[in-house]
Design a protein. Structure first.
Length: 255
């Protein structure tokens, strides 16, 4: 048997073996059927290494808590959402999934605030796990929605139940958002998505003023930085984003 015939026979054998493999069950979490929403994480999860990525916990509640000044965490175990309280109402970053809105509402109320007092809804990046609930959130609160222009095409295709995605104001790099004495600056930091947005603002706590940075999304584990047909310039995007992050004053760095 020639080398060519041997290789051909080997490839045919492997192909037949793969074809006979049992079908894989749909993945849970992103891309699969929605897992059950839970109000609280299991104790063993709470003691895990925080660097471990647990996508199964996207829809599991996490205690709302103060971070610093008028900045609070109101997200789930693995999906970050932030609330900034001002005398004129709340600013929320990331609505997440529609089915996790009750978890956010509970977190906000546990802090003594009301979801319905939210006046502005912002976001980190246009992925379904952070922005699917935007339309429902605005319906519940009447909040004005503001998102980075490079993410608008992706958001326009994000229509749960066929409802158009609410986009009240399109932001550009360097634009500011103000409410009740708090001003946030939107920084375009592409890579995770084309319009990934890093937010910076100042908070007062204990007689001091602190610079807060909330990054919009890090490098995915399966990211392709070279020979990326969909986004050929993604490596340059990340280089620019890292340079931007390095230049930002940061006393409190979140993501």
């Amino acid at each position: 048997m020639t080398v060519f015939r041997f290789i051909l026979a080997l490839l045919l054998t492997v192909s037949v073996a793969v074809a006979r493999l049992p079908a894989q069950a749909p993945a849970q979490g992103r891309g699969g059927p929605p897992p059950v929403v839970s109000a609280q994480a299991a104790p063993e999860l709470m003691s895990e290494d925080p660097q471990t990525e647990q996508r199964t916990q996207d829809r599991v509640g996490f205690p709302g808590h103060k971070i610093i000044g008028n900045l609070y965490y109101v997200g789930t175990v693995t999906l970050s959402s932030f609330l900034i309280n001002t005398p004129a109402g709340n600013i929320v970053i990331n609505s997440n999934y529609e089915e996790t809105i009750p978890l956010m509402k509970t977190s906000i109320e546990s802090l003594g605030f009301k979801l319905e007092d939210t006046r502005i809804l912002l976001a980190s990046h246009a992925h379904g796990d952070h922005q699917t609930a935007d339309a429902l959130f605005r319906q519940m609160t009447g909040a004005t929605t503001m998102f980075m222009e490079q993410d608008v095409p992706a958001l326009q295709n994000m229509k749960p139940g066929g409802v158009a995605h609410p986009i009240d104001r399109v932001l550009k790099d360097g634009d500011t958002v103000s409410l009740g004495g708090t001003t946030l600056t939107a920084h375009l930091t592409p890579g995770h998505t084309l319009g990934t947005t890093t937010w910076t603002f100042k908070v007062a706590d204990g007689g001091r003023t602190y610079d807060v940075v909330i990054i919009g999304g890090g490098l995915q584990e399966d990211a392709r930085l070279v020979f990326n047909a969909a986004t050929p310039t993604v490596a340059d995007m990340w280089a620019s984003t890292i340079k931007t992050w390095q230049a930002l004053p940061a006393d409190v760095f979140l993501g």
